[in-house]
Design a protein around this ligand. Sequence first.
Ligand code: PLP
Length: 228
Amino acid sequence: MNLHERIQDVQTRIAAACQRVGRSVEEVKMIAVTKYVSLETTKDVLDEGLQHIGENRWQDVKPKWEALHERGTWHFIGHLQTNKVKDVIGKFDYIHSLDRLSLAKELDKHAAALGIQVQCFLQVNVSGEESKYGMAPEHLFEFADEVSRMKHIHIAGLMTMAPYEMEADATRPVFRGLRELRDSLNKQHVFPYPITELSMGMSGDFEIAIEEGATWVRLGTLLVGKEI
Ligand SMILES: *Cc1c(COP(=O)(O)O)cnc(C)c1O
């Protein structure tokens, strides 16, 4: 399959997953994760009409961002080191990996200096797998409460990753868990605005994530391929 066919195939699968659980396809947005492909292919992705680009290292995305940033919406999806905040702030429209207070403070400080509000997702390690980034669910509420007082951070939603080696079926409780956490944040009015988004689901498990309420799926290998 070429890029065009892969995009169509994924869109068909997204629509089918939505239909299985009675969701509207408009609720699910696709982030094309271009970390394994060249600048040229990233340009092709935008030419195909995909708007959202996801990357996880500033060093790698820099040439792509410099050449193409006006054409897309940029999502920083990887672990973000505190000393790299200055590189990505103001360039990426969304940060999906806010998982600790030191990072929140740094983001808030740099966003304040730029006079902007940075859109973030709180990354939660729902599965409890040791090697993963993200905060433990039991720390989420206290952390969210602190972040809710930072004027230059706006929380769009929650993000999680299921363990890579997990069978697709086994990921369901992970995604459901994230949805339930979002719903209880809203019920307890931790933020003065509703938290609507769930960034969850990758190439191997996006259909299950959609069945469990994903509003953003992050697709690399399956959608744009792997060249590097
Ligand atoms: C690489 C990556 C993805 C995409 O992974 P694929 O399995 O290639 O779709 C999604 N989310 C994050 C956080 C990633 O680092």
